[in-house]
Every structure is written in structure tokens, then in C-alpha cells.
Design a protein around this ligand. Structure first.
Ligand SMILES: Nc1ncnc2c1ncn2[C@@H]1O[C@H](COP(=O)(O)OP(=O)(O)OP(=O)(O)O)[C@@H](O)[C@H]1O
Length: 226
């Protein structure tokens, strides 16, 4: 049986709003195995970001459990959650969120050093990733001197730098034109598949969703097959 990278068990999350309690997740269940790429396609406001935040250990559910890399996480102290997040989860957002004052290479080296890697192997890993994304000649460029597609490639490389078991992405190519989005998305899928990473990728783009292994949506606060 393949290794489980993410498991949500009966996850509930509600928000208090002026209009009263808003139940966003009402018992969400989701399992993602190593090497499995899952598309999350759901209408705006149904809880995609909430689900990604919970899976990414950025928030805790009101009840239920979130297993990352086979470990239950809800009861972990903040420090242990942060450590697990840094080591086991890679994030890609719609906007690259690279650090503007650091080079492409440094942006990939820093998260590795944050979890204790030495500079030399971190730089080697960074160069290997940049080469894989066709950016070997751009390692010394700051994000402001990279094209949108290049910025997103660096952001993806950064997300994979620590060899995470789980990749979470929110419209990872949503900020790019159609042709560039298609190309960068292909590179992302190839890198993720090659590394046996489990991935949950939110997108509004049905063409991109079809290229993943499975498509799920949110219905009344639960995860269902689309
Ligand atoms: N911290 C919060 N406090 C109150 N309400 C919240 C909070 N976070 C999210 N919500 C509400 O919960 C619902 C789900 O939000 P969420 O951001 O998860 O949706 P989404 O599916 O990601 O939407 P989009 O596709 O527009 O980004 C929305 O109605 C939102 O207004």
C-alpha cells in the first residue's frame, strides 16, 4: 500500500461572522497518497482556502484530525507544527511570494537552511532545481528581474526544495497567460510525479484539473469526488 501523505478525518471548521456562525467545513474527509495529484475545484467561497490552510497546518480545525506524513497534528504544539510544516509540506501560491531582495537561488536555499541544512548542499540542491526548471542561468537574478513564468518556476522549485512529501498549491499558475500557465503547470506535474510527492492543487481551470489524477470538490462542507 502506498504511503499516505495527507489525511483529513471528520474535519470541521466554522467561522463566527456578523450574520452568525458560518459552518465552512462540516466533516471533511480526504486522503492523498504518495505520488497522487488531486485537483480541488469548487466555487468561490465554499472553503478551498480554509481546507488548504488546515492541510498546511496554518490553522487548526474546530474538531477532527489532520494527519501529515502519517502523523496526527492537531495536538502538536505550535513549534512542532511549524517544524513539521517546514520539513513535510511545500506551498505554491497564485502570486510567487518570493523574497524580493534575495536572488532566485537564495530564495530556494533559505527554506532549506531554515530546517537545518548546511549552505553548500542547500545551494547544490537549489542549482539542481533551477536547472530542472530551465533557470540555471538565472540563479543570481532577483525576482524583479524574472518574467512571471520564471518567478512561478522559482516558487515551485522553492516549494520542492526540502523534498516535501506533500505539496499544497492554490492556483499555482493562475497569474500567468494561458500558454505560459500550461507550460509551467506541465513542469510542476512532472517534478511532482518524479518525486513521488502527494499534491492538493486548487484551481478554477478545468483543463488543468483534468490533467491531475483525481478531481474533488466541496459540497456542503464536505469533500466529494467531482
Ligand atoms: N477568518 C474568517 N472569518 C470569517 N469568515 C471567514 C474566515 N475565513 C473564511 N471565511 C469565510 O468562509 C467561507 C470560505 O472561505 P474560503 O476562503 O475558504 O473560500 P474559497 O473557496 O477559498 O474561496 P475563493 O475561491 O474565493 O478563494 C467564505 O464565506 C469566507 O467569507
Amino acid at each position: 500500500m502506498s504511503e499516505i501523505r495527507l489525511r483529513l478525518e471528520n474535519v470541521q471548521r466554522r467561522f463566527r461572522t456578523e450574520a452568525g456562525e458560518l459552518p465552512v467545513l462540516t466533516g471533511a474527509e480526504l486522503t492523498i497518497s504518495a505520488g497522487e495529484i488531486v485537483a480541488l475545484v469548487a466555487p468561490s467561497g465554499t472553503g478551498k482556502s480554509t481546507l488548504l490552510h488546515l492541510a498546511g497546518l496554518l490553522e487548526r480545525p474546530d474538531s477532527g484530525e489532520v494527519h501529515v506524513g502519517g502523523k496526527p497534528t492537531v495536538g502538536l504544539k505550535d513549534e512542532a507544527r511549524s517544524a513539521l510544516r517546514g520539513q513535510a509540506i511545500g506551498f505554491v501560491y497564485q502570486f510567487h511570494h518570493l523574497l524580493p531582495e534575495f536572488t532566485a537561488l537564495e530564495n530556494i536555499v533559505l527554506p532549506q537552511m531554515a530546517i537545518g541544512a548546511a549552505e553548500k548542499p542547500a545551494a547544490e540542491r537549489g542549482r539542481e532545481l533551477l536547472a530542472r526548471f530551465g533557470l540555471a542561468s538565472r540563479e543570481g537574478h532577483r525576482p524583479g528581474r524574472l518574467s512571471g513564468g520564471e518567478q512561478q518556476r522559482v516558487a515551485i522549485a522553492r516549494a520542492l526544495a526540502n523534498r516535501p512529501g506533500l505539496l499544497l498549491a492554490d492556483e499555482p499558475t493562475g497569474n500567468l497567460d494561458v500558454a505560459t500557465s500550461d507550460k509551467v503547470f506541465s513542469e510542476l506535474l512532472e517534478a511532482v510525479r518524479g518525486a513521488g510527492v502527494g499534491a492538493l492543487i486548487a484551481t478554477h481551470n478545468p483543463d488543468l484539473a483534468r490533467r491531475m489524477d483525481r478531481v474533488v470538490t466541496l459540497k456542503d462542507g464536505r469533500v466529494v469526488d467531482a
